[in-house]
Design a protein around this ligand. Structure first.
Ligand SMILES: *Cc1c(COP(=O)(O)O)cnc(C)c1O
Length: 674
């Protein structure tokens, strides 16, 4: 039996959450009341000489009392219905990627909602917009990006790259934004060349090869790095400003007319006779990537699903083969996406190998952006960070864990500073209320390609472009969304300030979730022994973070379809049923499936062998779809609740889970025999 984590960790988390039984309700109440009063005084102090518009008498009028009564009645109805909500805050909830809320962020959200700031621009929300940009910097630093301002604003190329980030409604929109940014940069050099051609402007030597723009071929211009693209745009702009003088605006509008944003994807690709660009993601990627390809008009046919290995991680060999093909057939690669915690399996792609692969490809003239989808696992970077802002040594980190962090996981997280952008969801492992996702870019000058107007602002009187930091205060110009909640920014800001993004802050809470997962993993092995001869219980792949999957197969069964039927019956007992009160449920879980399409050949066969299944019963396209023989149906448990390692009477929730699962398995085995 693995001993529970040191008690000091379980003590540490006590003040941070409302608690599974709302133990800290007094604390929450006093904070809300304190800041509600504070807010009322703030209102009263705006032109107090105006007096009151709602009189004390009014509150006794029948119509007033009537409204009050109706409101109260409706709120009671709401409150009654909400009792059927899912108890995601509880350690008995081991389902989807949601959990209890950190009190500081919750209170910040409730309080700031009273002020109702709109983070679309500084004018609408001077306070919370500043917080949002600060939150972006905090996240950027957690990933190892630089946020140091350069000595002089708008310094020319060669100046250090500065990161930026902002909040979104969630990981989905942050992923769209990554695609949008990549698309805008990828095709800008061609627009520059076409714009210059249109007005017969010779740039002189520019760009990484130090030649006139007209002498770069199309493939070269499609394979510049993001930093080189930023520098090229500056250099061409500067040359035009210097040599065209008052005709600069002709250059600016000629380039504008040639951009993909103006011509549209179809128009642009036709004009330049280029293959539509590919985006490469692992086949375990979140479905927002398919949606994003549709939204941007790139088409899901251009989304290449890279194979996964038997750890459910992107298979680097398959990535190489696909990149070879793109290089040989001159198909532009818009980006490669690595997952830092897949949604279904919690597994981590080898980001370091993707980064190394790009280095090699650059030498071959093939370049692309790298985006990390860390919507789920991005915040785990905090576990790897020292309070001083460095990366912890792997050997030092291993103390206190049984398996974590393995070489791939350590390599992946510490390689993030080399990628171009990252998605991370504060409303997942940041434990703040919805909606709060974030998009972080390593080089904030990418916003010059995105901005809605004044694309070349530095043509006006001052010689210097305004610093990017200043411009960003017009946030709505640079992001996908428009009006958005300043209250979310306040929630994340307060959370990060009380729980810094390092091993001693948020990392200390997340550590417990990883420890819970390791303890759970060990317990699978123990219980597998107990059930030997009756049911095979397995983790089909090792957990990389704090999410674990379990496969169950009754002994003697060799058919995938039959295993799926059995597991489905077991899962039915852990599934939220809208017609059943949640109060009667023992544990709430979730399920996922591993499809044969994603696990052809060896990796899939190894998993089947471990479960005693016949590979011939696992097919890509079943003759009868109802047999479900094309996937393995497995239990999936997200262990983000930090209380898993404790429990009443000294029995952890993990052990309680096994006691419950054991009962359910017994009953389902009995039902099978009948
Ligand atoms: C959750 C998730 C998303 C989508 O994020 P939302 O906040 O639900 O929009 C994207 N990618 C991954 C890996 C996720 O886990």
């Amino acid at each position: 039996m693995t001993p529970p984590s040191a008690p000091d960790d379980l003590d540490f988390i006590q003040p941070w959450f409302l608690g599974p039984a709302a133990e800290n309700d007094q604390l929450l109440e006093s904070l809300v009341v304190e800041f509600l009063r504070d807010y009322a005084y703030w209102r009263r102090n705006f032109h107090p000489e105006d007096g009151f518009r709602i009189s004390a008498d009014a509150r006794h009028r029948p119509d007033f009392l009537g409204v009050q009564a109706r409101t109260r009645a409706e709120l009671h109805r709401l409150s009654a219905r909400l009792k059927r909500a899912v108890p995601v805050y509880h350690p008995r909830y081991v389902g989807h990627m949601t959990g209890d809320l950190l009190l500081p962020g919750l209170v910040a959200k409730l309080v700031t909602t009273l002020y109702n700031p709109n983070n679309v621009s500084e004018e609408a929300a001077p306070v919370t917009l500043e917080m949002e940009l600060e939150v972006g910097e905090q996240l950027a630093r957690m990933f190892g990006f630089s946020t140091e301002e350069p000595a002089s604003p708008g310094a020319p190329s060669g100046a250090p790259v500065v990161a930026w980030g902002h909040l979104t409604s969630g990981g989905t929109v942050a992923n769209y934004e990554a695609l949008w940014n990549f698309r805008s940069l990828k095709f800008h050099p061609l627009a520059l060349r076409a714009g210059c051609d249109a007005i017969d402007f010779e740039t002189g030597p520019v760009g990484p090869r130090d030649r006139p723009l007209g002498e770069y071929d199309t493939w070269e211009l499609l394979n510049l790095s993001i930093d080189d693209t930023v520098a090229l745009r500056r250099a061409v702009g500067a040359a035009a400003r210097e040599r065209l003088g008052t005709r600069f605006h002709e250059f600016a509008s000629a380039v504008e007319a040639e951009r993909i944003e103006t011509l549209g994807t179809a128009g642009f690709f036709l004009k330049h006779r280029i293959e539509p660009p590919r985006v490469l993601v692992s086949s375990a990627a979140h479905y927002s990537w398919s949606k994003g390809m549709k939204v941007l008009g790139l088409g899901t046919g251009q989304l290449e699903m890279v194979a996964i290995d038997d750890h459910m991680r992107l298979d680097i060999e398959d990535l190489r083969r696909r990149l070879d093909r793109c290089r040989d057939e001159r198909i532009p690669v818009l980006g490669v996406v690595g997952m830092l915690g897949t949604t279904e399996f919690g597994t981590v792609d080898p980001i370091h190998e993707i980064v190394a692969e790009r280095e090699r490809r650059r030498a071959e003239g093939l370049d692309f952006g790298i985006h990390v989808d860390g919507a789920w696992g991005g915040y785990l970077a905090s576990v790897f960070r020292t309070p001083e802002g460095g990366w912890r040594e792997q050997s030092e980190m291993k103390v206190g864990y049984t398996y974590f962090p393995g070489d791939v996981v350590y390599g992946a997280f510490t390689a993030v500073p080399h990628v171009d952008s990252v998605t991370v969801d504060p409303h997942k492992l940041g434990y703040v209320p919805y909606p709060a996702g974030a998009f972080i870019a390593r080089n904030r000058d990418v916003v010059d390609f995105i901005v809605q107007d004044a694309a070349y602002v530095f043509d006006v009187e001052t010689d210097e472009p305004p610093s990017t930091g200043e411009k960003l205060h017009n946030l709505g110009q640079y992001i996908l969304e428009g009006s958005k909640p300043g209250a979310s920014a306040a929630a994340v800001w307060v959370t990060h300030n009380v729980l810094p993004l390092d091993r001693d802050g948020l990392g200390r809470i997340l550590r417990l979730t990883i420890r819970a997962c390791e303890t759970f993993w060990d317990s699978v092995k123990e219980h597998a022994k107990e059930w030997e001869g009756r049911v095979r219980i397995r983790t089909p792949f090792e957990p990389d973070s704090n999410l674990i999957c379990i496969a169950l197969n009754p002994e003697g069964n060799t058919s995938v379809a039959e295993m799926n039927r059995f597991t489905r019956a077991v899962f039915r007992r852990m599934r939220v049923d809208p017609d059943k009160p949640v109060q009667v449920m023992e544990f709430i879980g979730s399920y996922t499936s591993m499809s044969r399409r994603n696990l052809p050949g060896d990796p899939g066969d190894r998993i089947l062998a471990d479960l005693g299944l016949d590979p011939r019963t696992f097919v890509q396209v079943p003759e009868d779809p109802a047999t479900e023989a094309d996937h393995l149906y497995i239990l999936r448990h997200t262990l983000m609740n930090p209380w898993q390692l404790g429990g009443p009477d000294g029995v952890s929730y993990i052990e309680r889970y096994w006691a419950y699962l054991g009962e359910v398995i017994e009953e389902e085995l009995a039902a099978r025999d009948r």
